[in-house]
Ligand binder design. Structure first.
Ligand code: NAI
Ligand code: MG
Length: 352
């Protein structure tokens, strides 16, 4: 199922689909696509950010590729029908609790990072973010008026043991497949919910003797990510901390326009999307970087469709166009060749 969404979503998804079509032909994958609406584009047609029909159809596909949702034209709507609700609905509706966000610095982009080359060169970390619980979903929530007339906003930060356990297992397993280092990020010095989080991680650790587990408070983790990011391999954390840390990690690699993500449920079904949003500031101008979405499509082939060979070929094609010096505006540096969204997509297709 293809859900282009809003803003730059349709522009970047178009390029990813072109790449998938070529990969499908080349590797005989027999891919076929269904298209649906999500976010503002769904609100405009159906009055809600994701219909039950689209959710059901998505669940019946083998995987979902999503662009991004949201934009200023929908910002004044009441909260329950805002575009972002469509995202939360598909994540929770399909049980996609494990969000895998790799942050990889391509050697060709070493000069696009905001950090010194010696600090980031060779960076390859994976942030595992819990996606269907925590403070983004906790009840009660709202804005209420107190007796004295003052208004009060509130959310609830809650995780059950089973929610912590399943995301912890995803992270331990990911660490086993990588260097065997797992850092769990919490705020156990202040928040009880993360005291429980830490306990559950410690309880599971003996089941994964080949993984070295450490804990870090989130404020320190933010600092360490920009000070010495290569000390990390796999990081696991809750929904909100993961949202923030993964955007920070994204920037280390030069641009959020380079970073794919996978969101998986218990049975391995996945939704794949770039880490970035709908970028309304550049939407419609044909300059968005499509590589995060193209790399998300590669992750989809690998994790949900068991088509690793095609995934690797797409990743190699991305590497090749970077090698050729092609850059969209967000990763442009002097001496490279500035290209549009469509030109970048076409170059990946050609390299493939
Ligand atoms: P954003 O990720 O859309 O943009 C942040 C900055 O990065 C902007 O300057 C943008 O131009 C740039 N950028 C993002 N993707 C890019 C790409 N592919 N190529 C080049 N530059 C790129 O985040 P922002 O501005 O906070 O949010 C904009 C809208 O997107 C809001 O409505 C927000 O709610 C929504 N959003 C949606 C997400 C999703 O669909 N998963 C995630 C984050 C935000
Ligand atoms: Mg975010």
């Amino acid at each position: 199922m293809i859900l282009p969404g809003d803003g730059i979503g349709p522009e970047i998804v178009e390029q990813a689909m072109a790449v998938l079509e070529v990969a499908s032909g080349k590797f005989n994958l027999g891919l076929s696509f269904e298209q649906g609406l999500i976010g503002g584009s769904s609100i405009d047609v159906h009055g809600e950010p994701l219909t039950d029909e689209t959710l059901k159809a998505a669940g019946e596909c083998d995987a979902v590729l999503l662009g991004a949702v949201g934009g200023p034209q929908w910002d004044t709507l009441e909260r329950e029908i805002r575009p972002e609700k469509g995202l939360l609905k598909i994540r929770s509706g399909l049980g996609l609790y494990a969000n895998l966000r790799p942050a990889i610095l391509y050697p060709q982009l070493a000069d696009a990072s905001s950090l010194k080359p010696e600090v980031v060169s060779g960076l390859d970390i994976l942030i595992v973010r819990e996606l269907t619980g925590g403070i983004y979903f906790g009840e009660p929530r709202g804005i209420q008026t107190l007796e004295n007339g003052e208004r009060q906003g509130f959310n609830t930060y809650v995780y059950s043991e089973s929610e912590i356990e399943r995301i912890a297992r995803s992270a331990f397993e990911a660490a086993q497949k990588r260097s065997g280092k797992l850092c769990s990020v919490d705020k156990a010095n202040v928040l009880e919910v993360t005291v429980l989080w830490r306990e559950v991680l410690d309880r599971l650790a003996p089941e994964y003797p080949d993984v070295e587990l450490s804990h870090m408070y989130v404020d320190n983790a933010a600092m360490q990510l920009v000070r010495a990011p290569k000390q990390f391999d796999v990081m696991v954390t809750g929904n909100m901390f993961g949202d923030i840390l993964s955007d920070a990690a994204a920037m280390l690699t030069g641009s959020i326009g380079m970073l794919p993500s996978a969101s998986l449920n218990e049975s391995g079904f996945g939704l794949y999307e770039p880490c970035h949003g709908s970028a309304p500031d550049i939407a419609g101008r044909g300059i968005a970087n499509p590589l995060a979405t193209i790399l998300s499509a590669a992750m989809m082939l690998r994790y949900s469709l068991n088509m690793s060979e095609a995934a690797e070929a797409i990743e190699a094609a991305v590497s090749k166009v970077l090698e050729q010096g092609l850059r969209t505006a967000d990763i442009y540096t002097e001496g490279s060749q500035k290209v549009t969204t469509a030109e970048m997509g076409a170059a990946v297709v050609a390299a493939l």
